[in-house]
Design a binder for this molecule. Structure first.
Ligand code: 173
Length: 319
């Protein structure tokens, strides 16, 4: 080796730690539009991560469904087109039917991290979708049926109802005719009378402008509103221990704010009432049966589509 080569080799060796410590930039997309509460919270979280993660990790927000359509974010993560997505499992059932089981969780994510559910989820997500399941950032509130036609019992016969996979089997079992759409198409469907109603969580309809086209909300709600952060598994494996630790810590900090959603639900209920959205309520017995039916149909669909992993998820996600 010439003297020059040795000096060069030493310089490279000395520079190596600096290279390893270099900041990684991760591309983030959202299954929900930019103006939604989901994205607002995601963006303030990303700001915090980028401030505290300087030199370690940087999150770069690519956008919402205009960048990657809602039902394609899962595939974008699986294939590594993007690194991280904020999405409900319901939006990537095309990759694995199990994804939709997260809405059926009866225990909070904090407990899922203690009782082994988090590992069960990760193993399935790793194997079936090439994803690392990072954490759940929406929970503690329900989904509802919103309608423009009045019903007096849990019977949707003759009604056309917009559904994502979240509600499909349940609303169908109640007799509805299902119109499958991404969130971005609901307004037009309502406006044109293509649907008589839709499924959505208790919060968020004002973000989408749907309050203008909504007369009733059916109570009670059912399931557990779920939005999570998932990451391309190869991108996850490429992170250094320091980057991984930073990301995990930040996701935990985000999750620890999930109480926000129960408070937000109360606010949104009041806001819906203020704009004149009426509540359709069932008798206590019917209400209980309605919620139980939702759960039973939800699990039956998961277990039918995923006979091996479905029961494993049920065991760790339900009480
Ligand atoms: O599109 C949907 O109605 C849906 O399934 C969903 C899931 C989580 C949060 C918001 C909407």
């Amino acid at each position: 080796m010439s003297k020059h080569a040795i000096v060069t080799a030493m310089a490279v060796a000395l520079a190596a730690p600096a290279v390893m410590a270099q900041e990684v930039t991760l591309k983030v997309v959202s299954a929900f539009a930019e103006n939604t509460v989901y994205v607002k919270r995601l963006e303030s979280w990303m700001q915090k991560v980028n401030a505290e993660g300087k030199g370690v990790l940087k999150l770069n927000f690519i956008g919402g469904p205009r960048a990657v359509p809602s039902f394609e974010v899962g595939n974008a993560v699986k294939t590594g087109v993007v690194d991280i997505a904020m999405s409900p499992g319901a939006f990537y059932t095309n990759l694995m039917p199990e994804a939709d089981a997260l809405k059926l969780a009866q225990i909070p994510i904090a407990e899922q991290r203690r009782n082994g559910a988090f590992e069960v989820i990760n193993k399935i997500w790793n194997e079936k979708a090439n994803m690392a399941y990072l954490g759940r950032i929406v929970e503690n509130r329900s989904f509802h049926l919103y309608l423009n036609k009045k019903i007096d019992k849990p019977d949707l016969t003759g009604l056309k109802v917009r559904a994502s996979p979240t509600y499909r089997d349940f609303f169908q079992a109640l007799g509805a005719q299902i119109v499958a759409t991404a969130p971005g198409e609901v307004y037009t469907a309502l406006e044109r009378g293509v649907v008589d109603g839709y499924g959505w969580p208790i919060g968020g309809i004002f973000d989408m402008g749907w309050q203008e086209k909504t007369r009733y909300r059916v109570d009670p709600g059912f399931y557990n509103d779920e939005v999570s952060l998932v990451m391309n598994l190869d991108a996850w494996k490429r992170l250094t221990p320091q980057q991984r630790e930073m990301l995990q810590r930040q996701v935990l900090a985000f999750e620890s704010q999930n109480d926000f959603w129960s408070q937000d639900a109360a606010n949104e209920r009041a806001r819906q009432a203020r704009v004149g959205i009426q509540t359709i309520s069932f008798s206590p017995a019917e209400a209980t049966a309605y919620r139980e039916k939702a759960d039973a149909i939800g699990w039956a669909a998961i277990i039918k589509a995923a006979p091996e992993s479905g029961p494993k998820l049920k065991a760790v996600l339900t009480k």
